[in-house]
Design a protein around this ligand. Structure first.
Ligand code: EPZ
Length: 459
């Protein structure tokens, strides 16, 4: 696969090796973690990377640019490698300039077919369909893959495309969406029956090159959407209301970034996972390069439970009074909700937290119907959890978790197992790691820098 590089040689080698690894399904690493047995021993600073779920739509947005699109603070993760590989297969030129900075040129795109194998690796691949359809009038793609956390239908995307004048067909398991030769998508009023993050991003991006006015109602409010919309507006797009439930886009021509680069915002889910880890296992932990403004639901809940959190501009500090044990923290009920509510992506790390604090907590996963399937392993580690139904569990704490062999069930639940292993007594082996490198860069280095006893064994 061609990767044009204008940066350091080592960077090039690592980048190419990573790309090769995407296709190497047999290479599954494992991690060995020695637990702290509930003690608060982690210390120091842990830096948050750019957000995976902001990077993917940003790379997709590059298709709307007439000239180059530069993007910085890109996390060094497999999902970014996958979206780059998808763009390259379409004919785009993706250059890694320096660490975390890419330049993408999409004017040589000659294919509108998303590669099936790569698209099946991640849900975020679907965001490419909006810009491709809007710019080239046609797109062909498989049902996107990604974490198995529910049915994850794509009706909202397809209905949106149809409202914008496109024809949707399904041939041999592949969707073909087309407008017709030399035609443009037309602006439309789209109402989401269910709030969809990638649905909002995809149709917002499609609306930028459509003819006339597109209005998305019941849109997702995630900060990554507003952040991207603000940048696109500075490049010529006309998007109003991003970050609210009604987004209006007046379509126009291809965008131009001039000398500007889009900076990926910090990953609020990664920061939140570190915060939960810090609450349980740190003496004094600084989570740097994050935005506490985007983490209000979690911070509020942890404070209600008794955790001492200091918020600064781009930093969160956990200071655990040595006399306070995890069992001194209070139980709290959790109900996942679209942003700005409690994120579904932090539901599994929070479940680990609730096994350590005193009392009975009800955890209600409202967004995805298959996102509690890590519970059995947690019970085997010693957690006291009753499954009420596929959406609700009751957790009774505190319990001492015991290290064991685990296999991650989805990206966030795999990281939740890392937290469980750190809190537990004894050694845990997280086998067959499939997800962690998709979303968390250099996780073993960052965790060992704050005192986690962790070792990666290459598969
Ligand atoms: C995004 O997924 C994130 N992924 C997910 O992060 C995150 O969990 C999720 O939003 C919710 O916050 C990316 O941004 C790449 P949705 P997305 O469409 O967009 C239903 C992670 O680990 N729905 O907002 O796929 C759907 O079934 C991941 O980083 C329809 O019914 O989620 C779900 O119940 C996992 N029809 C709800 O909406 C549709 O056409 C929300 O899904 C689309 C969605």
């Amino acid at each position: 696969m061609k990767v044009k590089n204008v940066g350091i040689k080592n960077d090039f080698l690592r980048h190419s090796q990573q790309k090769k690894a995407i296709f190497d399904e047999n290479k599954k690493d494992k991690f060995i973690i020695k637990g702290l047995d509930g003690k608060k021993k982690l210390n120091g600073k842990i830096s948050v990377a750019g957000a995976k779920n902001a990077a993917l739509p940003a790379f997709a947005a590059s298709i709307l640019f007439r000239d180059r699109f530069c993007v910085s603070n890109v996390p060094n993760i497999k999902d970014v490698d996958s979206i780059n590989a998808l763009l390259e297969k379409l004919g785009a030129v993706v250059e890694k300039q320096i660490e975390k900075k890419y330049r993408i040129v999409t004017d040589k795109i000659k294919s509108i077919i998303l590669d099936t194998e790569i698209s099946k690796k991640m849900r975020g691949s679907i965001v490419l369909t909006g810009p491709l359809l809007a710019r080239f009038g046609k797109v062909s793609f498989p049902h996107p893959g990604g974490c198995v956390i529910g049915a994850r239908p794509i009706d909202a995307f397809l209905n949106g495309f149809q409202k914008m004048g496109a024809k949707v067909q399904n041939r041999n398991g592949k969707y073909i969406v087309s407008i017709g030769r030399n035609k443009k998508l037309k602006g439309a009023k789209i109402f989401f029956n269910k709030i969809s993050v990638t649905g909002t991003e995809t149709l917002m991006l499609a609306g930028i090159l459509a003819k006339g006015r597109t209005v998305i109602e019941n849109a997702a409010l995630e900060p990554e959407i507003k952040h991207l919309a603000d940048f696109l507006n500075s490049c010529g797009a006309k998007i109003k209301g991003a970050g609210t439930s009604t987004i209006e886009i007046i379509g126009g021509n291809l965008l131009s970034a001039g000398n500007k680069a889009y900076k990926i915002p910090p990953d609020r889910i990664e920061a939140g996972s570190f915060l939960i880890l810090g609450a349980l296992s740190a003496d004094n932990l600084e989570i740097t390069n994050c935005d506490p403004e985007h983490m209000k639901a979690l911070i509020n809940i942890l404070r209600n439970s008794g955790v001492h959190i200091i918020e600064e501009k781009n930093k969160i500090i956990i200071k655990n009074n040595r006399k306070i044990k995890n069992k001194d923290f209070k139980c709290v009920d959790i109900k996942t909700h679209e942003y700005p509510g409690f994120p579904t992506d932090l539901q599994s790390p929070m479940a680990i937290y609730l096994t350590q604090v005193s009392g009975k907590s009800l955890l209600f996963e409202t967004i995805f119907e298959g996102r509690l399937n890590y519970i059995d392993d947690l019970i085997k580690m010693g957690a006291n959890i009753i499954m009420r139904d596929t959406h609700r569990i009751m957790i009774k704490g505190p319990t001492q978790l015991k290290g064991r062999e685990l296999v991650g069930k989805d990206l966030r639940a795999e990281f939740a197992f890392f937290i469980a292993a750190i809190v537990a007594k004894g050694k845990s082996i997280i086998n067959n790691v499939r997800y962690i490198d998709r979303g968390y860069e250099q996780i073993e280095k960052r965790l060992s820098d704050i005192g986690v006893n962790i070792q990666r064994i290459n598969g």
